[in-house]
Ligand binder design. Sequence first.
Ligand SMILES: CC(C)(COP(=O)(O)OP(=O)(O)OC[C@H]1O[C@@H](n2cnc3c(N)ncnc32)[C@H](O)[C@@H]1O)[C@@H](O)C(=O)NCCC(=O)NCCS
Ligand SMILES: Nc1ncnc2c1ncn2[C@@H]1O[C@H](COP(=O)(O)OP(=O)(O)OP(=O)(O)O)[C@@H](O)[C@H]1O
Length: 199
Amino acid sequence: MALKIGITGGIGSGKSTICKVFSLLGAPVFEADPVAKTLIDTDPGIRKGLIDLFGPDIYTANAGVDRKKLASFIFNDEIQLAKVNALVHPAVRAEFMEWADSQDVPYVIHEAAILFESGFYKMMDFTLLVTAPDEDRIKRVMTRDGSSREQVVERMQKQWSDNEKRKLATIEIKNDNRELLLPQIIRIDKQLKEYGKIW
Ligand SMILES: CC(C)(COP(=O)(O)OP(=O)(O)OC[C@H]1O[C@@H](n2cnc3c(N)ncnc32)[C@H](O)[C@@H]1O)[C@@H](O)C(=O)NCCC(=O)NCCS
Ligand SMILES: Nc1ncnc2c1ncn2[C@@H]1O[C@H](COP(=O)(O)OP(=O)(O)OP(=O)(O)O)[C@@H](O)[C@H]1O
């Protein structure tokens, strides 16, 4: 059975970029967020649950969820956020476990922005935390998404701080353009492949 490796980090830290490198090194990557979003749009149980919570208008005419509406209901109300997460996260978890068990490799990667916040980290054998200075992250996301500094800072403030995440992480990957990124990833990949062999 493949080792399960969780990878997380704040907005713009470089999770997706680093996952691309792990993928090139042969590690299958499960991206939790798009899976969660697809399930919200397509899973009948989740659909019913969201309609019960927020009414039928939470879905648009073309069947997808109204993202702006859902964000406005949950991002300023912790109770509603917890209810939505309780509907969506068990389904994501089940999909991940089934996917992971079908992979014949030393290790697989689970990428999630809220790996620690959601408790998903408890299902992982090891966790990797990607960090970078706030200013670098802000500039990267402004360039990537065309968002304003204020929009990025607002999102950052809603996420756990790196210090909180460090307490739960096995290994930190520094994506700060001071410590070289590729040697860090190659070292971790080598260790995981060795460890995966004897697991
Ligand atoms: C509510 C939605 C429609 C808002 O979409 P929007 O494009 O405005 O925001 P985006 O998806 O980029 O998320 C922004 C940030 O919010 C935080 N966040 C997103 N979903 C969650 C969640 N379920 N719980 C806690 N924080 C969350 C993350 O820190 C993320 O970086 C969207 O976030 C969503 O569908 N979320 C549920 C999917 C999910 O649970 N994803 C988390 C991984 S399992
Ligand atoms: N070391 C780096 N130097 C410069 N740019 C970088 C570096 N690492 C990542 N980037 C760029 O910064 C942006 C953010 O990186 P990425 O999308 O990988 O972050 P993320 O952690 O997955 O973000 P999010 O949580 O918003 O999805 C991307 O455009 C990426 O190409």
